[in-house]
Design a protein around this ligand. Structure first.
Ligand code: DNO
Length: 398
C-alpha cells in the first residue's frame, strides 16, 4: 500500500513537517482555493506539487503527491442545469492538467448539495478523546427545527418525529448551533458554507430529481469524463455517499453494491473505478463490506481506512478507533494485500494508495484548532496501527 496522509494545503494547521513524522510517504491533497466548477490551471497544480517537493529538502522521509482528493463536482452538473456543459468542459481540462503534472488518481463524489455529513464534531468517548458522530435523530431535528421543512412526515415515522421533538426540547442553544454548523459546512472539504436560505434553495432545485434522474445525470457525466481520463491515463475513484443513506429527502446513488454495479456497467473502463471508503460503506448496516471489496477489488484505485460503531437504530454511528469498530480490519487489510499480490503479476506499480481516514482528537491536538476528523495525532495513531497489521500480515516465516 502507498501509505498516504491527507493535507489541506498551505492553510492546513497540520504541516508537512508533521506529516513527515508519521511514516507516510505520500500526500493526498486538493486545490481547495479554486471555486467548485472552475478549471484547475496547470501552473497551480504544479505550484502545489513544488511546495510538497521543496519541503522534502529538510527531511529524509520524502513526500510525493499521489492522489487528488477531490475535484468536487458542481451541483449544476449533478442537476444538468444552467451552465453544466461549460462546467463539464472545465472538469475535463482539470483532468488533463492533473495528468500533465503526472498525478494519476482523482477521487470525487456525486452526493447532492453537500459532501460528507456528521451531526456532532466533538463527541466525547469514555477515554476522553473526541470523535465525529452521526445521529440520525439529529438530522430530523435539523430538518424540522432548523430548516423548518414542512414535508417531513413523508420521510419519517410519527414515532421518530415524536422522539425528535423530545430530544430537541433537551438541547441547549449551543448544541443546536453546533448541529447547524456541523451539517451546513463545518466539515473540511465542504464546498460551500450554506446559510439556511441557500440550503433550502438548493433543496428546491432537487425537488424534481429522483434517483433515476440523478443516475442518468451521473451516467452522462461519466460518458464525458471517462474518455478524457482514459486518454490521459488517469484513474477516477468514485467515493461512496457518506453516510450511504438518503438525507433531507435527496436521492443517493453511490451507497451500496447495486449502485456500484450499475455505475461500472454504465461505462466499462479501468479509468472508471472507486475509492473504497471502509467507514462510509460500513455505516449502512445492509452493506457487506467484505463482499463489496471482493466484487469490485479490481476497480479499487484508492482506499480510506476508517472504522465506525453503529448504534442500535442501525442508522446512527460513532467513528471508532481504527481497530476497534464494527469492521474487522485484519480481515479487510488481508483482502487488500491479496489484491495487491494479484496486481503484482500484471502491473509494475501494484501498490494501492491508502490513507488513514479521520482520527480521534486526543492529547495536544485537543488544544489546537484543527479540521474536524483531521487531527495529526489521531491519524498518526491510526496509521501506526494499520502499519502494524500490514507488517504482521506480510512477515516472511523465519
Ligand atoms: C471525508 C472525506 C470526504 C471525501 C470526499 C471525496 O473525510 O472522505 O470529504 O474527501 O467525499 O470526494
Amino acid at each position: 500500500m502507498e501509505l498516504s496522509f491527507r493535507w489541506y494545503g498551505p492553510n492546513d494547521p497540520v504541516k508537512l513537517t508533521e506529516i513527515r513524522q508519521s511514516n507516510a510517504n505520500f500526500i493526498v491533497t486538493s486545490l481547495h482555493q479554486i471555486p467548485t466548477g472552475d478549471k484547475w490551471p496547470y501552473e497551480e497544480i504544479k505550484r502545489r506539487k513544488n511546495i510538497i517537493h521543496k519541503s522534502n529538502l529538510y527531511g529524509l522521509n520524502k513526500l510525493d503527491w499521489n492522489v487528488v482528493e477531490s475535484i468536487p463536482v458542481h451541483n449544476n452538473i449533478k442537476l444538468r442545469h444552467s451552465n453544466y456543459k461549460r462546467l463539464i468542459d472545465n472538469y475535463k481540462d482539470s483532468i488533463f492538467n492533473i495528468a500533465k503534472n503526472k498525478i494519476k488518481i482523482i477521487c470525487y463524489n456525486f452526493m447532492p448539495i453537500i459532501d460528507w455529513t456528521r451531526t456532532q464534531l466533538d463527541f466525547k468517548l469514555p477515554s476522553d478523546v473526541h470523535a465525529l458522530r452521526f445521529n440520525y435523530i439529529h438530522i430530523l431535528i435539523f430538518e424540522k427545527y432548523i430548516l423548518k421543512l414542512r414535508d417531513i412526515e413523508k420521510r419519517y415515522s410519527r414515532s421518530l418525529i415524536l422522539k425528535a421533538e423530545k430530544e430537541f426540547k433537551k438541547m441547549n442553544n449551543k448544541q443546536i448551533s453546533n448541529l447547524k454548523c456541523a451539517v451546513m459546512g463545518g466539515l473540511p472539504a465542504a464546498e460551500t458554507k450554506y446559510t439556511i436560505n441557500k440550503f433550502k434553495e438548493m433543496l428546491k432545485l432537487y425537488d424534481d430529481i429522483n434517483k433515476n434522474d440523478l443516475r442518468n445525470n451521473f451516467s452522462e457525466f461519466l460518458k464525458q469524463i471517462i474518455p478524457v481520463a482514459e486518454e490521459n491515463n488517469i484513474k477516477m475513484a468514485l467515493h461512496p455517499d457518506d453516510p450511504p443513506m438518503e438525507l433531507f429527502g435527496l436521492p443517493r446513488i453511490v451507497s451500496n453494491y447495486d449502485d456500484y454495479n450499475f455505475i461500472f456497467n454504465q461505462y466499462n473502463s479501468r479509468s472508471n473505478g472507486m475509492t473504497f471508503c471502509v467507514g462510509s460503506l460500513a455505516s449502512n448496516y445492509k452493506n457487506n463490506i467484505y463482499k463489496i471489496f471482493e466484487k469490485f477489488s479490481q476497480k479499487i484505485h484508492f482506499i480510506h481506512l476508517r472504522n465506525i460503531i453503529k448504534d442500535n437504530d442501525k442508522k446512527s454511528f460513532t467513528e471508532s478507533g481504527h481497530l476497534d469498530g464494527d469492521v474487522n480490519f485484519i480481515k479487510i487489510i488481508k483482502k487488500i494485500l491479496n489484491e495487491e499480490r494479484r496486481r503484482k503479476k500484471t502491473y509494475k506499480n501494484f501498490h494501492i494508495p491508502m490513507r488513514p481516514d479521520h482520527g480521534h482528537c486526543l492529547l495536544d491536538d485537543k488544544y489546537k484548532k484543527l479540521n474536524p476528523g483531521y487531527s495529526v495525532i489521531g491519524r498518526m495513531k491510526g496509521l501506526a496501527e494499520i502499519r502494524g497489521v500490514i507488517e504482521s500480515l506480510t512477515i516472511k516465516n523465519d
